[in-house]
Design a protein around this ligand. Structure first.
Ligand code: C5P
Length: 220
């Protein structure tokens, strides 16, 4: 049977770790849509565009080609033929992605690509608008969240483990700002779909969240 699973939620809720694990256990394809918005943002940064310059962003959207492929099961993001997967995780790219994903011209392109992928394969797709806009008919919809404190702590631990110096309060402030922008934008704001199941992972381990999701998939 063909199926699609939509996982939405704010930054740092653990969506990608969990969606990736779930996809592996189900034998489905994991699609990280945030990486696509990051790819566009990376392109805008490379071109030296200001995040508010909608005219130039609109023009650039006409020439840019984003696609994904898989290498050893890991999603790769291809921008105009070049694999840029290694360059899109910096905070600057995330912030530019959050700022430029508000533009319908940016979203249209990527939503089309996301729908094509889901039409071809069983997918576990994560993002902000998957259950509400991209795949309104997904078989299972999950809204995964956690408190901003817990999300900031997870991000802090992740960066510290990589040897990066960072400040937990600044991270939390950034998370709150990004959530606010994602939730209040006009086009496809981050919100729980009416038929999505809310999962708060603040006090749950990764295993517990994945098990709960597998149970939801089974029930569906
Ligand atoms: O999930 P990630 O942090 O990689 O996403 C980067 C940014 O891309 C988010 O802050 C959000 O603004 C945007 N995004 C979006 N819709 C999606 C996925 C990501 O607007 N489906």
């Amino acid at each position: 049977m063909r199926y699609n699973i939509a996982i939405d939620g704010p930054a740092g809720a653990g969506k990608s770790t969990i969606a990736k694990r779930l996809a592996k256990e189900l034998g489905a394809i994991y699609v990280d849509t945030g990486a696509m918005y990051r790819a566009m943002a990376y392109y805008f940064i490379q071109k030296g565009v200001d995040k508010d310059d909608i005219d130039t962003i609109t023009k650039l959207c006409k020439d840019v080609e984003v696609s994904i492929s898989y290498e050893n099961g890991e999603q790769q993001v291809i921008l105009n033929g070049e694999n840029i997967t290694g360059f899109i995780r910096q905070e600057a790219v995330g912030n530019m992605a959050s700022a430029t994903s508000v533009y319908p011209v940016v979203r249209e392109k990527l939503v089309e690509l996301q729908r094509q992928l889901a039409a071809r394969e069983n997918v576990v797709m994560d993002g902000r608008d998957i259950g509400t806009v991209v795949l309104p008919d997904a078989n299972v919809k999950i809204f995964l969240t956690a408190s901003s404190k817990v999300r900031a702590k997870r991000r802090f631990d992740e960066l510290t483990a990589k040897g990066e110096k960072c400040d937990i309060d600044a991270i939390e402030k950034d998370i709150i700002e990004r959530d606010h922008r994602d939730m209040t934008r006009e086009t496809s704001p981050l919100k729980q779909a009416d038929d999505a199941v809310l999962l708060d992972s603040s006090d749950m381990t990764i295993d517990e969240v994945v098990d709960r999701m597998k149970q939801l998939v089974k029930e569906a």
